[in-house]
Design a protein around this ligand. Sequence first.
Ligand code: NDP
Ligand code: 8X3
Length: 258
Amino acid sequence: MPLSQSKIVFITGASSGIGEACAIRFAREGYALILNARRKKRLDELARRLKNDFGVKVLKLVFDVRNKESVFSAIAALPEEWKNIDILINNAGLALGLSDLHEGDTQDWEQMIDTNVKGLLYVSKAVIPGMIERKKGHIINIGSIAGKETYLKGNVYCATKHAVDSLSKAMRMELLPHNIKVSLVNPGATQTEFSQVRFKGDTERADSIYKGYKPLTGDDIARCILFCAALPEHVNINDMLIMPTAQATAGLFNKKTE
Ligand code: NDP
Ligand code: 8X3
């Protein structure tokens, strides 16, 4: 399909987990995709698969959302046919560590705040003016159950996701006169690379997070995101909280013991 006939979706953090699953779901529906992450090889392989399997157009933008200059220059330099972004999925994010505040690693804090909050702000600031000009667009921010509840030892990560919750409300109010939708999608426990990253490669600890119950998958969340994106123009999902059936709150699970 020529690019002009496809809607364009821009997904940050598309090299793994929820972002990668979104890329596959949206490609299946014929969207043209702008895919961002830091790991180029991952994006190259994903782009090759999506073009091959679904015949869609894919543009890769390899940058770190924490790097303000890279974000603004990459988005300003989008080729003309890729400029009209219809949907922005602010997904890039991470947790690092799980400890009391006084024992926390300040580098971890910087990285979480810079990625989950400032990165989301930079990308949004770069994309929103085009949406305002076109008087349409949809921003889908990926929050978390951690942005609805604060859990023990989750301090800074929870704070970043509470910030995403607050910023989503702010964007919705500010962008109302411009006919731009803002949705916040909040997953509960989802088995991706999230815990591998949080526990810095401690696979045993990461795997233990998902033992004894069926966690969500990246694709479960991608289906919900696609649902939000595909609703009629006059319908917006403001806020969606998605949990595994076996999870009631951030810390309360129905786990089977062996
Ligand atoms: P993954 O670790 O599987 O994916 C995270 C993605 O973010 C990767 O593609 C990674 O790509 C990208 N990313 C991280 N840092 C940066 C950066 N500085 N610049 C650009 N891209 C970056 O985890 P999930 O898929 O689970 O996480 C996606 C989002 O979902 C996050 O915002 C997370 O907080 C949120 N979430 C996850 C939940 C879970 O239980 N898994 C639950 C609730 C919310 P690369 O490393 O190549 O840059
Ligand atoms: C990820 C969910 O509860 O593992 O945002 O922090 S949690």
